[in-house]
Design a protein around this ligand. Structure first.
Ligand code: CP
Length: 316
């Protein structure tokens, strides 16, 4: 019996500490189990763009002997109807339940990316596409980032923190908001908050007034609207933009400068800098920080492969 029934959030992993240790073993020899996926197919469905998630999943499939099929459902598939009981005389050509059941006939695992529209908070909170796939598919489902969470990213982030923290004291981890040019989803930040609670760390979430995340994710974490205070003595600084949760999807003006620049790191000179990528250089973080020795951004991206491999290995 597979360890994972689905992979959509941290609660789907039985023992994160053990899983991270197993990832370290996978990383030492990624080609150690080339037959795990023999004769099996993973369907990778993308309703939105991707570089890291797409390629790391394909490479993980390759390392484990799976066949992978990429479906760019935003362009190449019929438009899905999500409502039950509809007279389908509108834009939806195929009901999502039919698509999920049909894909289950071809695939042994289905992985799906479905971003939020950031228009209606209640609708996005339902994570309808992901949950309808979980409901109707007869094979395990992996989230490649949904409207609410990005579990594969957070899993890789936790591995990156573990690998880069060898001291016996608890690290101070700061999740700081950064500017962006357009409204961005909450999924990476929500997920990061959920996963970091499972790690022994002092955690601070820093964001401007009006940008507090959904409290269901930040509950139990320290929250501040003062970035400079939060950054003091930080061991890890995770930088991410997100739109307003309160004024859902809006981007209220922020007076202070929240870009992470080299001069803001004077009181945390050894802090490791993290970002899920893609990053808007010199908008979210300046070049000097991103290109510094303390930036872990490419290590995080490399760990996407390792954690993807762990998930696939444990889901079949
Ligand atoms: N971090 C991340 O998920 O990257 P992509 O959107 O390129 O997959």
């Amino acid at each position: 019996m597979a360890d994972l029934q689905k992979f959509t959030c941290v609660k789907d992993i039985y023992n994160l500490s053990q899983a991270l240790q197993e990832c370290i073993e996978i990383k030492k020899n990624p080609l150690a189990t080339p037959d795990v996926g023999k004769g099996k197919t993973v369907g990778l469905i993308f309703l939105n763009p991707s570089l890291r998630t797409r390629i790391s999943m394909q490479k993980a499939c390759q390392n484990l002997g799976f066949n992978s099929i990429v479906i760019n459902a935003g362009q190449d598939a019929w438009t899905w109807e999500l409502e039950e009981g509809m007279v389908m005389n509108g834009v939806g050509v195929e009901h999502i339940k039919d698509a999920a059941k049909v894909l289950s006939e071809y695939c042994d695992v289905i992985a799906i990316r479905c971003f939020p529209y950031l228009k209606n908070r209640e609708e996005d909170a339902q994570d309808r596409i992901l949950n309808q796939f979980i409901k109707y598919a007869s094979v395990p489902i992996i989230s490649l980032e949904s409207t609410t969470r990005h579990p594969l990213q957070s899993f890789a982030d936790m591995l990156t923190i573990k690998e880069n923290w060898l001291e016996s004291r608890r690290p101070k981890v700061v999740l700081t908001w950064a500017p962006h040019i357009k409204p961005i989803a909450h999924s990476v930040a929500n997920s990061f908050c959920e996963w970091i609670k499972e790690i022994d760390a002092e955690v601070v979430v820093a964001c401007p007034e009006g940008y507090d995340l959904d409290p269901q994710y930040t509950q139990g974490l320290m929250i501040t609207h003062k970035q400079a205070e939060a950054l003091k003595g930080a061991d890890f600084i995770y930088v991410k933009n997100w739109s307003s949760f309160h004024l859902y999807g809006a981007t209220p003006e922020v007076d202070e400068d929240w870009q992470l620049t080299a001069d803001k790191l004077r009181e945390s000179p050894t802090a490791k800098i993290m970002h899920c990528l893609p990053v808007r250089r010199n908008v979210e973080i300046d070049d000097e920080v991103l290109d510094s020795e303390n930036a872990l951004i490419y290590k995080q991206a490399a760990n996407r492969l390792v954690t993807a491999q762990w998930v696939l290995k444990n889901i079949v």
